[in-house]
Structure formats: structure tokens, C-alpha cells
Design a protein around this ligand. Structure first.
Ligand code: ASP
Ligand code: MG
Length: 404
């Protein structure tokens, strides 16, 4: 049995006209001999509408009931689409999360998938040609409905593809793939034919608009090939797959940026064991996500410590630091919310030398100062003044020949 999973996002099921396009995609796959699991999102705008409604009804909506409410968005989509398939004589049925079942933990609003009953699904696939599954939802061990977090239908689709060992998980959306950088700020951005899971995870700042990050982690773990493509064209999109040799031949695959960064520098703190722990333990306890961290000795027995947090966490972080300021010996605390991170990403970096030098000289040519540099095996990130973000992205994009 050849199994294909196709997922369609909110804009692909927004109305009857769109759903008829979706039906064409499904019919075409059936003609190729596949059995299909079609995962649908709520019609575009619906999840937001339901959230607004709950917030008007209740000052703090009960999380469990919130998930019951939100799950109706996907329920509507799968019911309507199954009708369309049956009208065309296709053997299909709808499936809600609890009917599959997609077993999750109890974290309402951001549940994690624990288990999918593969035997039952396979049994159903022998009776039906298309199973129309509601994305975004599952149920906990007490049969309460859960949802997987915004954009969670992608993760539903990848999880179902993993459970069924499907040939491919096609994610249909309103863009035609993943780009070398954000086309909104760089008109010369190009579609990437294939990208490694790890690169996609690093591209989060742009990729997240296309795929829920958790779905990529899931796909990587279970080696599910993903094809991100457009519902409104037949062009191939971007394959998100395991790294291969051809990917390494390119030096760099994409340029990402993140404007949601604020910088904090602790000046002249004691250079002794335990100081970093003193700083970052209370920040972690407050659930603040620290991104870049650098420390370098300033003068005898003292060191400067610089790190970044999301802009919205700046005030809270400063309040925490203020409490330990004397303990750690900080002479001064500097804060700057007007910073951004630009990143050069590519698995090819492992085999090419000089990537960092190219990036730095490109920024130098535009007179852009680098405040912090951090690197991983497949990424070089530079913290710069926020107002230069677009210029930096375009410059780096060109420096690595990504526009060609
Ligand atoms: N409908 C949900 C959302 O808007 C899940 C999804 O579309 O993937 O976040
Ligand atoms: Mg989405």
C-alpha cells in the first residue's frame, strides 16, 4: 500500500472554491495509486475568531474547554471536505483527533503527541481511499480534547506520516516553498529546491511562517520527508529532508534574521566560578529564553557578560539582574532593545573554510558594526543594530551568491 499524507493549511481550505482545488490535488494523488491521509487546518481566520470569542466570554478561559472550542475549527473543515470527496464518489471519511486516536499529554493548548494507533489507521485505510483527518488536535489519556499549539496541523501531518511510514508528507500552503531569505525584504530571494532538517530548524525566523518548528523536529526524528508546496500551482516546492552530499557542495543555503532581540551587558562582574549560574538560573526560572551569550575578561579578576533575550522579556530580565547586581559585582548594566540577529546558514559550512570571513567583510563593506558573533557547526550569527537588518540580509544574500 503506497501511502501519502497531504496537509492543507487554512488559506487552502478557506472556502468552497479553495476546497475544490484541494479536491483536485487529492484526486491526482489517487490516480497515481496512493491511499491518502488528508490533514486539514481550520478555515483561515477561524482559529483567531474562536480565540477572540472565548476571550470575550471569559476573563481567563479554561484551557481544557478552550481546546474543545478550538478543535471545532478543524472539525468543520474535515466534515465539509469529506462531503466534497463523497460527492465525487471517492471512498472517504472524516476523522477527529480522538477517533484516530492521536494520544497526547495533558498540556492543553500546547500538547505533545505521545502515540498514534497505527493498526487502526491501516485498517481504516484498507476500507477507505482517503481519510480526512482533523489537524491540530488529539486527546489525552482521559479522552479530553487537546490541541498542539498554533500551526499544529503541520505536526499532526508529520506525525501521521511517521506512524504510517508514508512515502512523503506534502504540506500544501499559500507560498510555493522555502526561500533563501525573506522575499519581502530581498526581492532576489530564490526558492530552495531541498533543504536539510537542521537548516530548516535554523531558518526558524522565516521558516516558522511556513512550517511549525515542532513538525520539523518530529520529521527529523522519524526521518519523514516533507514537501512544502503551493495548493495553487503544480510547481514542485521545497523538500525538507535528511542532509545529503549535494547540499554540502553549496557553501550557504540561506540568510535568516530575527528582530526580536534585546541585548544586555553586565559590566565588570567577578571572574570566578558560579557567576554565570547566578545570572542565568533566575532568568531560566522566570521562563525567559536566552539566545546569544558571550563573556570575555575585561580586567584582572573581572569579566563582561553580554547576552540577548526577546524584546518583550527585556524589562523582566533587567528586574532580575537588578536584584543580583551587587552579588555578582556588576559595575554597570547596559541594555539595548534596538538590536537584531542576522544568520548565515548552511550544512556546507562544515566543509568550506572562510565562510565567516566572507560574511564579516560583506558587513564591513556596508559599514555595519557587529556587536556579538556566535557560531554553530552550520550557522554564523551576528548581532547588529536593528535599523541595518534589511541591508545586512541583502548584502549577505548577495555575498554568498544566493541570488544566482
Ligand atoms: N488552526 C490552527 C491554527 O490556526 C492550527 C493550524 O492551522 O495548523 O493555529
Ligand atoms: Mg501553518
Amino acid at each position: 500500500m503506497r501511502i501519502l499524507v497531504q496537509k492543507f493549511g487554512g488559506t487552502s481550505v478557506a472556502n468552497l472554491e479553495c476546497m475544490l482545488k484541494v479536491r483536485e490535488k487529492v484526486s491526482a494523488a489517487l490516480d497515481k495509486g496512493y491511499k491518502l491521509v488528508v490533514v486539514l487546518s481550520a478555515m483561515s481566520g477561524e482559529t483567531n475568531r474562536l480565540i477572540d470569542m472565548a476571550q470575550k466570554w471569559s476573563p481567563r478561559p479554561d484551557p481544557a474547554e478552550m481546546d474543545v472550542l478550538l478543535a471545532t475549527g478543524e472539525q468543520t473543515s474535515v466534515a465539509l471536505f469529506s462531503m466534497l470527496l463523497k460527492d465525487k464518489g471517492i471512498k472517504a471519511r472524516s476523522l477527529l483527533g480522538y477517533q484516530i486516536p492521536i494520544q497526547t499529554d495533558k498540556s492543553f493548548g500546547k500538547a505533545r503527541i505521545l502515540d498514534i494507533d497505527t493498526d487502526r489507521l491501516e485498517q481504516m485505510l484498507s476500507r477507505f481511499d482517503v481519510l480526512v483527518a482533523a489537524g491540530f488536535q488529539g486527546c489525552d489519556c482521559e479522552q479530553r480534547i487537546t490541541t498542539l499549539g498554533r500551526g499544529g496541523s503541520d505536526t499532526s501531518a508529520v506525525a501521521l506520516a511517521a506512524a504510517l511510514k508514508a512515502e512523503m508528507c506534502e504540506i500544501y500552503t499559500d507560498v510555493d516553498g522555502v526561500y533563501t531569505t525573506d522575499p519581502n525584504i530581498c526581492s532576489r530571494a530564490r526558492k530552495i529546491p531541498k533543504i536539510a532538517y537542521d537548516e530548516m530548524l535554523e531558518m526558524a525566523s522565516m521558516g516558522a511562517k511556513v512550517l511549525q518548528i515542532r513538525s520539523v523536529e518530529f520529521a527529523k526524528k522519524y526521518n519523514v520527508p516533507i514537501h512544502v508546496r503551493s495548493t495553487f500551482s503544480d510547481e514542485p516546492g521545497t523538500l525538507v529532508i535528511q542532509e545529503d552530499e549535494t547540499m554540502e557542495s553549496a557553501m550557504v543555503s540561506g540568510i535568516a534574521y530575527d528582530k526580536d532581540q534585546a541585548r544586555i551587558t553586565l559590566v565588570d562582574v567577578y571572574d570566578e566560578p558560579g557567576i554565570a549560574a547566578r545570572v542565568f538560573e533566575p532568568i531560566a526560572a522566570a521562563n525567559i529564553v536566552v539566545d546569544m551569550i558571550v563573556q570575555n575578561p575585561s580586567r584582572e579578576g573581572r569579566t563582561d557578560m553580554t547576552f540577548t533575550v526577546p524584546k518583550s522579556s527585556l524589562e523582566d530580565t533587567l528586574a532580575i539582574i537588578e536584584k543580583i547586581k551587587t552579588d555578582i559585582g556588576a559595575r554597570d548594566i547596559l541594555a539595548d532593545p534596538n538590536v537584531a540577529k542576522v544568520s548565515v546558514i548552511g550544512v556546507g559550512m562544515r566543509n568550506h573554510s572562510g565562510v565567516a570571513a566572507i560574511a564579516f567583510s560583506a558587513l564591513k563593506n556596508e559599514n555595519i558594526n557587529i556587536m556579538i558573533i556566535s557560531t554553530s557547526e552550520i550557522k554564523i550569527s551576528c548581532l547588529i543594530e536593528e535599523k541595518y537588518t534589511e541591508l545586512a540580509v541583502r548584502t549577505l544574500h548577495e555575498a554568498f551568491g544566493l541570488d544566482k
